[in-house]
Write a protein that binds this ligand. Structure first.
Ligand SMILES: *[C@@H]1O[C@H](CO)[C@@H](O)[C@H](O)[C@H]1NC(C)=O
Ligand SMILES: *[C@@H]1O[C@H](CO)[C@@H](O)[C@H](O)[C@H]1NC(C)=O
Ligand SMILES: *[C@@H]1O[C@H](CO)[C@@H](O)[C@H](O)[C@H]1NC(C)=O
Ligand SMILES: *[C@@H]1O[C@H](CO)[C@@H](O)[C@H](O)[C@H]1NC(C)=O
Length: 387
């Protein structure tokens, strides 16, 4: 065999091995939005075209990829549903533009999909800030009933509601997500996670007018690391206790920076009679820069109208804060307001060093019905029930 033939043979073998390892993903079938008659420029609605291209890609028996070229396409709300026959990639290198006034619900929803990859470096433009008062009910992107998936290298901007919602999503990674909306745009949460298991969020920047990340009931095994948050309302768990038996368990937040946010690390519950739990929460290596409430538990959460005068029945326990450094814009850097009927237990503070940015004295702690352990540096001075 001559040299050239042996080279060809070797590369064929390599391709074959690669196909075996990746279970056939070497033969990705491309579906291009333009070939379906999409009209660029941002005026003509491309929602029907997008759904048609998606359905074809989804039905393809094998790995498929739906490609959006580096142009701007206007799209009315769509649901892109599975189950699909193989792994599917939604590859957006351009800009998808939402309608100016979004009704409640999602703009682009991915539903019932296993092995979805959402990537391409392109943008999703929500054309916000919201023009309607019920913006809390709408969202740009949502993943629901999605498993074993990944969203990576995408930009979400100017949402009219939440930027990205994960509902009933399992074993899914979010990496290099860039979210930006103005600080004054109301109810524009960055990422909201509910009823989901095994979610990791890494290397992402989130600037919005509400929570950077909100972890809601039914979520467990959530890891957040390398996230820059600000402006915004910080990284929140809750509000819990809105209905009976709400739980959040096993959350780790590490190596994150919060800059100029209203809250830093927050757990909030309503003062209702519904029992629930927030447990096994780890916050590690967090830098706060001029955050108004760096560490805050609020068990009397009430965001509008008539809230209960009772006490919260949601138990907050086994929460560790370790290596939390930086500055606070308010004097109360550690603010643990727990419930009289259901106090917070086993809260650990290890190496806390949060200075007050103001002139009138030093940072302080203020706790009600919270107890636990402290170790290492403690600024502010811990509350009395911590030893
Ligand atoms: C996610 O996992 C839970 C178990 O933790 C399971 O009950 C649920 O059906 C899974 N969801 C999906 C969409 O597969
Ligand atoms: C937690 O999630 C990861 C994926 O992010 C998964 O590999 C692991 O098995 C999950 N652990 C539990 C206890 O669910
Ligand atoms: C947080 O800020 C520190 C110091 O400014 C920097 O070294 C680190 O890379 C930042 N972390 C992230 C996730 O960007
Ligand atoms: C501490 O919190 C309590 C409410 O639990 C409040 O009444 C009190 O004024 C706070 N202390 C300071 C110094 O703000």
């Amino acid at each position: 065999m001559d040299f050239k033939a042996s080279l060809t043979k070797n590369s064929l073998i390599l391709v074959l091995i690669f196909c075996l390892i990746t279970k056939g993903q070497c033969q990705v079938k491309f579906f291009t939005l333009e070939n379906y008659g999409a009209v660029k420029g941002g005026e003509v609605d491309n929602s029907k075209v997008l759904v048609k291209a998606w359905n074809d890609a989804c039905k393809w028996k094998g790995a498929s990829r739906l490609d959006i070229s580096s142009e701007t396409y206007f799209v009315n709300p769509v649901i892109l549903s599975g189950p699909c026959s193989g792994p599917i990639e939604f590859h957006n290198s351009g800009t998808l533009k939402a309608p100016l006034s979004l009704k409640p619900g999602s703009w682009i929803e991915f539903r019932h999909i296993n092995r979805l990859t959402l990537t391409g470096g392109g943008s999703f433009d929500g054309q916000g800030p919201p023009k309607q008062p019920n913006s809390r009910l709408s969202s740009m992107l949502s993943l629901s009933f999605v498993t074993n998936s990944k969203a990576e290298n995408i930009k979400l901007r100017n949402s009219q509601g939440t930027h990205l919602i994960l509902f009933a999503v399992n074993n899914t990674e979010l990496n290099e997500i860039r979210i930006s909306s103005p600080e004054e745009s109301h109810n524009t949460d960055g990422i909201k996670i509910g009823a989901s298991n095994g979610i990791t969020i890494t290397n992402s920047n989130i600037a919005s007018g509400d929570d950077c990340i909100a972890i809601l009931t039914g979520s467990k095994n959530i890891t957040i690391s390398g996230v820059n948050c600000g402006p915004g309302h910080g990284i929140s768990i809750g509000s819990m206790g809105h209905s009976p038996n709400e739980h959040v368990d096993h959350v780790t937040v590490k190596h994150c920076n919060l800059s100029g946010t209203t809250n830093g690390l927050r757990i909030k519950t309503w003062a209702t009679d519904y029992p629930g739990t927030v447990s096994n929460i780890q916050y590690q290596e967090i830098i706060m820069d001029n955050v108004y409430n760096p560490i805050i538990f609020d068990q009397h959460y009430c965001d509008a109208g008539s809230c209960g005068q009772g006490t919260s029945k949601v138990e907050i326990q086994d929460v560790t804060f370790s290596n939390i450094h930086g500055t606070s814009r308010s004097k109360i850097a550690v603010n643990l307001q727990c419930s009289r009927s259901t106090p917070c237990n086993r809260i650990e503070l290890e190496d806390i060093n949060i200075k007050y940015n103001g002139e009138d004295g030093t940072s302080i702690s203020n706790c009600s019905y919270a107890s636990g352990k402290v170790s290492g540096v403690q600024l502010p001075k811990p509350c009395p029930l911590f030893s």
